[in-house]
Design a protein around this ligand. Sequence first.
Ligand SMILES: [Zn+2]
Length: 67
Amino acid sequence: MFFIFGYGPRTTDLGPDVERNCPNCNNRRLWHRFEERNWVSLFFIPVIPTGRKRRTVCPVCNFGYED
Ligand SMILES: [Zn+2]
């Protein structure tokens, strides 16, 4: 018997944040919040989350902050 393991990130959109002026592209837009997690998967099914990062991102140029 053998197992197939994989590893990779998955991003979840947590919805809109507040309206901000982007310091990178100077547009004023509603920024978006994302959660990025790395998953260990077994037979292509994610089973174990190994890390979590939250980011707030400008929708125009993808510049963002980690929080
Ligand atoms: Zn921007």
